[in-house]
Design a protein around this ligand. Structure first.
Ligand code: NDP
Length: 258
């Protein structure tokens, strides 16, 4: 049916689960989805931090649940979805956002730094997406949004583990979209440029970091509210014909090339 209002962006009556909701981008996106009307499941390892976000969301008049989750542990992921759906109801939206960084020059990167980052940022995303999608496909609807990175589309020094994992997330997104499209589950990715959060605050607070920002094409970092439009588009019915896509949100930083 044709409609020209903004109601397709509404998430009223929907339930969304956000991994890595205890800080940074995940916390912000949880609040954004709640402000569009969704009830929210907040998941991460730090329960105390999740509880703070839960109180913020409840103050907005929405339901919220905080659940301890480690995306590197299959049993933890299964338990998280079981609790979420039995306490709140079917989850229609998953923001697969949990991630870590562990930078080192390629020649010096340890096995541990490689596998921690790949295990969380790629395998963890796969694990959460698979557990979510099995449930969603059975019900014939769902939207999964994987948080990749601009470093999936261009590379930088000292980030071989992170960039490889985030590039893997893009292919995972397309593979899932292909296999799940006809069961009503959409899968998309967002590739953010730089946003200051706990993952990079030390660098961007330093003089070196500030000098780096000056050299970026947009000459600034993103602000978290600049992720709101992209997430609402992909999460809501406004994006009902979008699947397998990658939305870069980086202020043109990738345009510069060399
Ligand atoms: P933060 O460090 O603030 O947040 C990372 C989140 O991931 C935390 O909530 C952390 O929660 C959670 N997390 C980490 N490991 C696990 C785990 N094993 N199980 C469950 N949760 C986990 O960084 P950002 O908010 O910046 O990062 C969010 C996502 O955005 C990441 O995937 C990151 O790679 C991506 N990104 C960030 C960019 C930026 O510039 N900030 C740019 C591009 C992408 P807890 O410790 O409580 O478990």
């Amino acid at each position: 049916m044709e409609s020209n209002d903004n109601s397709r962006f509404s998430l009223a009556g929907k339930r969304a689960l956000v991994t890595g909701a205890s800080s940074g981008i995940g916390r912000h996106l949880a609040l954004t989805l709640a402000s569009a009307g969704a009830d929210i499941v907040l998941a991460a390892r730090r329960r105390d931090r999740l509880e703070e976000v839960r109180r913020d969301i409840e103050a907005m008049g929405r339901k919220a649940l905080s659940i301890e989750l480690d995306v590197t542990d299959r049993a933890s992921v299964e338990r998280c979805f079981e609790t979420a759906e039995s306490d709140l109801g079917p989850i229609e939206i998953v923001i697969n956002n949990a991630g870590v960084a562990d930078t080192a020059p390629f020649l010096e990167m340890s096995e541990e730094a490689w596998s921690n980052v790949v295990e969380t940022n790629l395998t963890g995303v796969w694990r959460v997406a698979q557990v979510a999608a099995r449930r969603m496909a059975g019900r014939g609807k769902g939207s999964i949004i994987n948080i990749s990175s601009a470093l999936a589309l261009a590379v930088q020094r000292n980030q071989a583990n992170y960039a490889s994992a985030k590039a893997g997330v893009l292919q995972l997104t397309r593979a899932m979209a292909l296999e799940l499209g006809r069961s009503g589950v959409r899968v998309n990715a967002i590739a953010p440029g730089y946003f200051q959060t706990e993952i990079n605050a030390d660098f961007f607070d330093s003089q070196q970091g500030q000098g780096y920002v000056e050299k970026l094409f947009p000459r600034r970092l993103g602000t978290l509210d600049e992720l709101d439009g992209p997430i609402l588009l992909l999460a809501s019915d406004a994006g009902s014909f979008i699947t397998g896509s990658v939305l870069a949100v980086e202020g043109g930083a990738l345009l510069k090339g060399f």
